[in-house]
Design a protein around this ligand. Structure first.
Ligand SMILES: [Zn+2]
Length: 146
């Protein structure tokens, strides 16, 4: 949704209070506020200069994420830049990214399910596997009889 590249005008409180593998994350040069499609909460990503994610925290709203960022990095507030990504654009990007790995049965993308199983060009999601497994157990002569 929004991102910020920290410059010299931005301070560092000394604490991120964000722990990765038991170690507190140090100051990050880039921050991004992101939201999964159809989610209400947002993520505040702490990134290195190549935008590789170092750590992240969940917040109820963009304003909460920004408040937290301001507490960690005093002076960051004017640095936020609106990424101007519409929901349609995000869906298009996800389709391009994941379109050929959709579940062949329900059409969900890998980002919409917990797991996708694939063999060659054929993919199936965990939800469909569970459904088929249930159907198989309930069908006469199915595996559920024993
Ligand atoms: Zn499926």
């Amino acid at each position: 949704l929004e991102y910020a590249v920290l410059d010299d005008s931005v301070g560092f409180s000394g604490r991120t209070l964000l722990f990765v593998d038991g170690k507190e994350l140090g100051p990050a040069p880039c921050l991004a506020i992101c939201q999964k499609l159809k989610a209400t909460e947002v993520l505040l990503f702490h990134c290195d200069s190549d935008w590789t994610v170092l750590g992240a925290g969940f917040y109820a709203a963009v304003s909460e994420a920004k408040k937290r960022a301001e507490r960690i990095y005093p002076g960051i507030s004017p640095c936020w830049i609106d990424a101007q990504v519409t929901e349609d654009a995000a869906v298009r990007w996800l389709d391009e990214m994941w379109g050929d790995r959709r579940c062949g049965f329900c059409g969900r993308r890998p980002d919409e399910v917990a797991q996708i199983f694939g063999r060659g060009a054929v993919h199936i999601c965990d939800t469909c596997v569970t459904e088929f497994h249930k159907a198989l157990q309930e069908s006469p002569g199915g595996a559920g009889k024993g």
